[in-house]
Design a protein around this ligand. Sequence first.
Ligand code: MN3
Length: 248
Amino acid sequence: MGWFGSWLSSWFSFGLSYGLSLVVGLAVVLAAPLQVAAEFSLPPLPYAANGLEPSIDARTMTIHHDRHHAAYVANLNAQIPTFPSLASVDLTTLQGSISNYSPAVRNNGGGHYNHSLFWTVMAPGGQGGQPSEALGQAITAAFGSQEAMEQQFNQAAASRFGSGWAWLIVKPDGALAITSTPNQDNPLMDLPGVERGTPILALDVWEHAYYLNYQNRRPDYISAWWDVVNWKEVNSLYAAAPSTKSGL
Ligand code: MN3
């Protein structure tokens, strides 16, 4: 087979594979409406992947969102056939009844809720604003000062052994508290040992959240993270917390 034969044959195989992929693609598109839509979906990052630099680098954000968070969503949806009620429960409501479900729902449902909150309580440096007057007063009442609150939060984040989260929560009595949870648990979960409340600020201290840039220096990550806290969102979450709504 001369050059013309090779040329012809390569175009033929290209045409064949292209044609096949068109057929497969068309079949997927036609079949899609027949499938049950996935109940939970991955929210987009509310800023560019490099928007939180230098506190959190773009590669970490991309892997964290596109792979880790996406996996929690996919694995949670994979539990719907086992727990059909998942298809009609709101993600936040799910946390409060998590004890009714399997460890897979707890880990992946928690992971989906925690990360969905985490992305929103961060903003590019200089865009996060400041604690509102109401939140500032609640912080002073609970901790003595903003600085004291941050120190206590840092301590909770740094001392969480292994993987987990640090939280600023609004307790059922309306007061603020700092707590931490292991793995993908969170303060909304109806589990023994959880200090319960409405999360208004969250920090992921899993190694996947910082290891590429900070390696084992978790305290440096925590310290840099304060520069990208989205206080505007934290203020809204505080105002909307069930136990503070009556004070509005
Ligand atoms: Mn994470």
